[in-house]
Write a protein that binds this ligand. Sequence first.
Ligand code: ACO
Length: 330
Amino acid sequence: MKARPVGIAGLGSYVPEKILTNADLERMVDTSDEWIRTRTGISTRHIAAKNQSTSDLACEAAKAALDDAGMEAADLDLIIVATCTPDMLFPATACILQEKLGIKGVAAFDLEAACSGFIYGLAVGAQFIAAGIYENVLVVGAETLSRIVNWQDRNTCILFGDGAGAVVLKPAENGRGFLSFHLGADGAGADLLKLAAGGAAMPASAETIAQGKHFLHMNGNEVFKFAVRVMGDAAEKCLNKAGISKEEISFVVPHQANMRIVDAAMRRLDLPLEKAFINLDRYGNMSSASIPVALNELYRANRLTNGDILLLVGFGAGLTWGSTIIEWSK
Ligand code: ACO
């Protein structure tokens, strides 16, 4: 059976209203606006309201993507939610989202590859269409990282924000769309970035809470080095698979973790920084939501033309990484 080409039919994103500035953080931990901006490039991030969870953010983004695709939720065959901050350990946030979208019966599952989750989700969703199993697949990257961040730890609390981005995938009749995917993982780095307690290995207890093990922990320096190396490598593998040269790239949509990481990765790829679409200054690192929110902003700003070559590339806990080349058509 020959694989069918797969493209993007619609895009949407959502960030909560509340904005947390670097000045706000100065009042919470021993930090400064100057340190945060020069070391990360982040100025503000959005924080979910008390009554909002990951599925709520996902629902807003999904509705916008369906609207953009000119589809109803009932047209979907599959829902994939990439998240490392699910509403609950189980059931899947994708099932909760399905209910919030007002539909029943459609296959729905979560995918956990941390900040690489959205690219993993695109790759998985696209396979179902390429194989002729499904027609319309919703892929969402959604996070409420504010719920797992230790707001007293200046090493991490300045970095993250909440948000969601979504795309609807469908067969690409003109043959454009996804040209290649590259996914990878290295479990030897699992300890570098993790939330240790609350799972089967370390069930939540008064002790784990007292030790702060229900918060995200990160070895920032090691993750930084890994990120720069793997972004360049993942990009090159994906370009090779697609038979596309670096010079043909119109835009790079990188994972939005730290401006210095994006800068170093673009240098490593020998591409001008202007080709990278960056919005991390306004949102911080939204993990699996970062890439789809950025892609949607690029699209909504009318900066994409049919035939443009896009490189999406991300990295995250796991450790994981992923990249895809898209020939834009919409
Ligand atoms: N304000 C002021 N000082 C701070 C802050 C802060 N918010 N945070 C750390 N510092 C201090 C440190 O304590 C340290 O002080 P010391 O020298 O007295 O010990 C000093 O600043 C330098 O700390 P470093 O950690 O070396 O700072 P660095 O320049 O490496 O920046 C950062 C830290 C921003 C975390 C960087 O390492 C980074 O971005 N790493 C990658 C993070 C990342 O991309 N994570 C992705 C997660 S993806 C996912 O799956 C969720």
